[in-house]
Write a protein that binds this ligand. Structure first.
Ligand code: SIN
Ligand code: FE2
Length: 201
């Protein structure tokens, strides 16, 4: 069985000021590109509300999963990716090729995300970099097959994790959030930012 080599957790990588600045950046982005419960190709609305920042964001609807340069709900490009996130990608993920997508996930009380793999990107040589803000998440990560053993990891506000190497295509999801464990996100809950390189370099 392939192990989780390549998975890195950096607890508390972002300090309180950086976390607050990112929440503010997300609030400004969401004023332009509102959070929305997207619908899977199978017709189910996701419990996690999403928006995006940067040249591309991940979208799903009856037509399938894909990266889009235009927000299908507004007809406009996504708001720009904050510099602090671009710098984090350069420092931790790839020093040369920039991230071109930041998916913003908002978990209010009760939201979760089923086990899945991030596989809509062109080149799995680039990691997925994830930033957690607000309430702690019970994150689950397994192996390359859905049935492989999984382990549960707490992701707290300010934690950054990297799915690289063998873990890049590992099944993962969020079982639940610990509602009220943080007061960072206005209205409560958790924000997760995932930076990716979606297009070929
Ligand atoms: C995701 O897999 O897109 C989200 C992961 C997370 O919320 O930590
Ligand atoms: Fe994912």
């Amino acid at each position: 069985m392939k192990d989780l080599s390549g998975f890195t957790l950096l607890p508390g990588r972002l300090d309180a000021a950086a976390q607050a600045a990112l929440v503010e950046a997300v609030r400004a982005a969401a004023a332009e590109a509102p959070f929305h419960h997207q619908v899977t190709p199978g017709g189910k609305a996701m419990s996690v509300a999403m928006t995006g920042m940067g040249p591309l964001s991940w979208v799903t609807d009856a037509g399938g999963y894909r990266y889009a340069a235009i927000n299908p709900r507004t007809g406009r490009p996504w708001p720009p990716m904050p510099q602090v996130l671009r710098d984090l990608w350069t420092d931790l993920a790839d020093p040369v090729v920039p991230a071109d997508a930041c998916l913003v996930n908002l978990y209010r009380e009760g939201a979760k995300m089923g086990l899945h793999r991030d596989q809509d990107e062109a080149d799995f040589g680039f990691p997925v970099l994830s930033v957690s803000l607000g309430d702690t998440a019970i994150f689950r990560i397994g192996g390359l097959e859905r049935t492989a053993p999984t382990r549960s990891i707490r992701l707290a506000s300010g934690d950054v994790c990297l799915l690289a190497g063998a873990s890049r295509l590992a099944f993962h999801g969020v079982d639940r959030i610990l509602s009220g464990s943080s007061r960072l996100v206005p209205g409560g809950g958790r924000i997760n930012l995932t930076l990716r390189r979606a297009r070929p370099a």
